[in-house]
Design a protein around this ligand. Structure first.
Ligand SMILES: [Zn+2]
Length: 492
């Protein structure tokens, strides 16, 4: 038997013989408590690679209480006597590893689990954490709020860069992507919208469970749950429509297009090819959201033509109310928008499905690979729909002093990873590459980059190396000045 079971979980001191093998020899060592992210050194954990998260969540909007079970399937990358999960707030009720109770130590946002038997390198092991409480908001270094954002009966989980640890324990660094099954139970009449595809929606005794499945890998900062009285809808995409026509159609039929295409549910929109669309809209903003919903298929079609195949098996958008969050986020499959935003914002968040969600930064220092390309996509869209040349958007960004506070590949601290240079100057880097290699090579390189690193992780070095190899030439002049340089280079 294990005497540790008699002790209160949180008081366990991790010095026993856990990790001892049958002959008494200690096997393994603790996994690292962080993965040395330059801005969030304690974020993520070493020693294992998560394959799958199975989250079972039960939410009570009236009290804000969440009960959760996280089943985490991971592969050990070293012999492990102990390992960490990132988790903020809430109460941990019990933890098992491969069915045996594990000792638990909690300090700040680190849960240290010491399994009954050490896990051997290469082994797949299953950790189950039962937890409960009122999930919290997390204030970022830049003072924006994420984590679990509750507004009355509504709530949304948003995680960039560290907020997902507020509603489930895990390896919360973007370098460890995994597949997900998220089941959320809420009172009947409420909806719970998440990533991936809705497998089932069942109501029993006044409570409805929504089962969401994400087969493609997802970084945890892109996981979401949006709970509220959403109007939801799904549709199969039937035909491709030129963007302009889709926009015109949206303008003419904004009063009823949602009902028509959403199978009567109010939020589905016109469709694109075989890709299912599942969108959710807060009823308070349904009328004002009709145009955005109608634009989505055209945006996806245009982005596929520009960047290559859409990387996930479903798309859509979640449109909440103003104030539900302070910013829009590119949550996987379907971005979360706090109310009906501009079309440009939707274009930006959908671009992230390629740039950030499929090709994910290796660390938060590589954030410009997300935001520079998403902003650049807005420039391309403006050229496509309003005939404003990309070069003009580039020059406007060049003249904006905010973009010159620091080089995009070297934000000075965690406070700055979402500042203007990461977006505007990041996009300028992309345009400099395009001007250097020419249009045909540029779009071939961008599509190749997305294909090569599809569903993986990449950093700035991977990018510059890839571009130079494909271009067949040295582009260090661009990197040194536009990407890493402190000075504002002259414009030619
Ligand atoms: Zn963005």
């Amino acid at each position: 038997m294990d005497k540790r079971l008699a002790l209160p979980l949180t008081l366990l001191v991790l010095t026993g013989c856990a990790g001892c093998s049958g002959d008494g020899a200690v096997r393994g060592r603790p996994g690292a408590a962080g993965v040395r992210d330059p801005y969030f050194p304690r974020l993520g954990n070493g020693g294992y690679d998560v394959q799958h998260y199975g989250l079972t969540l039960d939410y009570a909007p009236a009290t804000g209480r969440l009960r959760g079970t996280a089943e985490i399937t991971a592969r050990a990358t070293q012999d492990l006597s102990a390992f960490n999960l990132d988790f903020a707030g809430m109460k941990v009720d019990s933890v098992t590893v491969d069915g045996e109770r594990a000792a638990l130590h909690r300090a700040g946002t680190e849960l240290t689990l010491r399994p009954h038997d050490a896990v051997g390198r290469g082994d797949t092991f299953r950790t189950v954490v039962h937890y409960s409480g009122v999930p919290r908001r997390i204030t970022d270094p830049d003072e924006s709020e994420e984590g679990w954002l509750r507004s009355g009966e509504r709530a949304v989980g948003l995680g960039e860069p560290t907020g997902s640890m507020a509603w489930f324990p895990g390896n919360h660094h973007p370098s460890d992507k995994a597949s997900y099954d998220i089941r959320i139970t809420v009172p009947e009449g409420m909806k719970a919208v998440s990533n991936g595809e809705l497998r089932s929606e069942r109501t029993t005794a006044g409570r409805t469970s929504f089962d969401w499945h994400s087969a493609q890998p997802m970084a945890s900062y892109l996981a979401t749950v949006a709970i509220g009285p959403y109007k939801t809808g799904t549709a199969e995409r039937a035909e491709e429509k030129p963007v302009k026509k889709a926009a015109e159609k949206a303008g003419k039929k904004s009063g009823n297009s949602a009902d028509k295409a959403g199978a009567g549910t109010g939020a589905g929109v016109a469709t694109v090819g075989p890709l299912p669309i599942y969108s959710a809209v807060d009823p308070a903003v349904a009328a004002d959201s009709a145009r955005l919903l109608a634009e989505l298929p055209g945006i996806i079609t245009w982005q596929e033509k520009t960047f290559g195949p859409y990387p996930f098996s479903s798309t859509g958008v979640i449109i909440g109310r103003k104030g539900d969050s302070q910013y829009a986020l590119e949550t996987q499959n379907r971005p979360f928008l706090p109310g009906p935003t501009s079309v440009a914002t939707l274009v930006h968040e959908l671009a992230h499905q390629w740039f950030g969600n499929s090709v994910t930064p290796k660390s938060w220092r590589d954030m410009w690979l997300n935001e520079g390309f998403a902003e650049y996509t807005e420039w391309l869209w403006t050229e496509h729909t309003e005939r404003v040349p990309v070069r003009q958007s580039f020059e406007e960004a060049y003249e904006d002093d905010d973009n010159w506070a620091f080089p995009p590949a070297k934000p000075p601290s965690a406070v700055n990873i979402s500042d203007a240079p990461v977006y505007g100057r990041g996009a300028m880097v992309v345009q400099r590459v395009r001007e250097a290699v020419g249009d045909a090579a540029f779009f071939r390189i961008v599509r190749g980059w997305l294909e090569t690193y599809r569903h993986g992780n990449a950093d700035t070095h991977d990018f510059t190396t890839y571009v130079e190899r494909q271009a067949g030439r040295d582009l260090s002049g661009i990197w040194d000045t536009w990407l890493y340089g402190d000075e504002k280079p002259p414009l030619d």
